[in-house]
Design a protein around this ligand. Structure first.
Ligand SMILES: *Cc1c(COP(=O)(O)O)cnc(C)c1O
Length: 397
């Protein structure tokens, strides 16, 4: 990124931003990290100050120096006008949708969306009178044809949830902006290190901070970073709904963020080596990883993203088969939801809610979160799982 600030200083690199973003040691007697400031009540010097609304901090719900530090760090990483924090990644999806949609509006959403996002759209948003329409990720350049006068939001996720479909994000955002619709993207997989949506014309970038930014599987949080045009309405909606993240949790995420760059490099490198190895394994029909040249959306990924992370899926060569023998034979890979932590995980993926970006027909899909363990140990574990699968298949004839 060749940003130059008005004083002619080159912008700091991503790891420098991670190390220093949001920290102002001189505000806190030189302590490197901001304090955990917990608050409901904040006192005013007199009643005039209470009425004047000029005091920087007014009530715990609207933020403390701790929440502000993480917001500032994320805004800098995303190139955003402002960032709000919410108690989960899912809330980081629902709050902006509630902020920009009303009864009678039309929402265009990519079909390879995170399952709970689809559930929210199909239940709460529909009940509130929003019309929800899904589009094929392969048709992102053509969404202008689907946009109508009532289309207020275009919601993207790239790569797609569990199956990693890539889409032309810039083209979708341009079509949305031409029609005055707000473009939002769930940017969790890439992190702001590998993709900065606002540089591509997207208005709002969403993260489950639960994943790589926290990195240790011990905290839930979400963030929404917005451009100048959308930030005020987003912040007002957050305060109106009464949702903010707790300062103790914020501190944990801020702590994780400092080391995210080196962790992500390691996650990505081991994941890529395993993906390449799995691609050559006879029990694997396909590896769904955008950084593999064989992957369908590889060119779109390469053109738009600066890197990959450590989450991908494999399609087992086993039509109508059961992935359980593979997953159950794994000893290092845990079976569990979420990802982005230090430990490896494997989960069979349910794609039955898809309407356009359908499940592969070669066999079941298993999602792998590659942790920080050693490559050889993880490969041995996967080998064990695939051998168990082959043994079961031979037994069943
Ligand atoms: C995990 C995840 C979320 C939700 O995050 P939580 O903190 O678990 O609520 C949202 N979007 C994507 C893409 C995710 O992977």
């Amino acid at each position: 990124m060749s940003e130059i600030d008005p004083t002619g200083k080159p912008a700091p690199g991503p790891n420098t931003r991670l190390a220093h973003g949001g920290n102002r040691p001189s505000d806190y007697h030189g302590f490197v990290n901001p304090p955990v400031v917990r608050a409901s009540t904040i006192l005013f010097p007199d009643s005039a100050a209470l009425k004047g609304r000029s005091q920087r901090y007014t009530y715990g719900l609207s933020g403390t120096p701790t929440t502000e530090a993480l917001e500032a760090a994320l805004s800098e990483l995303e190139g955003a006008a402002g960032t709000i924090l919410v108690p989960s990644g899912l809330a980081a999806v629902t709050v902006p949708l509630l902020a920009f949609l009303s009864a009678g509006d039309h929402l265009l959403m990519v079909d390879c969306i995170y399952g709970p996002t689809r559930r929210f759209a199909n239940t709460v948003l529909k009940r509130l009178g929003v019309e929800v329409e899904y589009f094929d990720p392969k048709r992102a350049e053509g969404i202008a044809d689907l946009i109508r006068a009532e289309t207020k939001v275009v919601f993207l996720e790239a790569p797609g949830s569990n199956t990693f479909e890539m889409l032309d994000i810039g083209a979708a955002a341009r079509a949305a902006r031409a029609a005055n619709a707000v473009t939002m993207i769930d940017n969790t997989w890439a992190t702001p290190l590998h993709f900065r949506p606002l540089d591509h014309g997207v208005d709002i970038s969403i993260h489950a901070l639960t994943k790589y930014p926290s990195g240790h599987s011990d905290v839930l949080m979400g963030s929404v970073s917005a451009n100048e045009a959308t930030y005020r309405r987003l912040r007002d909606t957050q305060l109106t709904l009464g949702i903010n993240a707790a300062p103790d949790d914020v501190y944990l995420v801020l702590r994780g963020l400092r080391s995210m760059g080196v962790r992500l490099d390691r996650h990505a490198e081991t994941a890529m080596r395993l993906a390449e190895w799995l691609e050559g394994h006879e029990a694997v029909a396909r590896v769904l990883h955008p950084a593999l040249p064989s992957f369908d959306g590889h060119d779109l990924w390469k053109r738009q993203f600066a890197g990959a992370s450590g989450l991908f899926s494999i399609v087992l060569r086993q039509p109508h088969g059961d992935p359980a023998p593979f997953v159950d034979a794994l000893e290092l890979f845990g079976i569990g939801w979420s990802w982005g932590g230090f430990e490896s995980l494997a989960v069979p993926v349910d794609l039955s809610d898809r309407t356009l970006a359908l499940a592969p027909d070669e066999g079941p899909v298993v999602r792998l979160q590659i942790g920080l363990e050693d490559f050889t140990d993880l490969r041995t574990d996967l080998e064990r799982g695939l051998a168990a699968l082959a043994a079961r298949q031979n037994k069943n004839g």
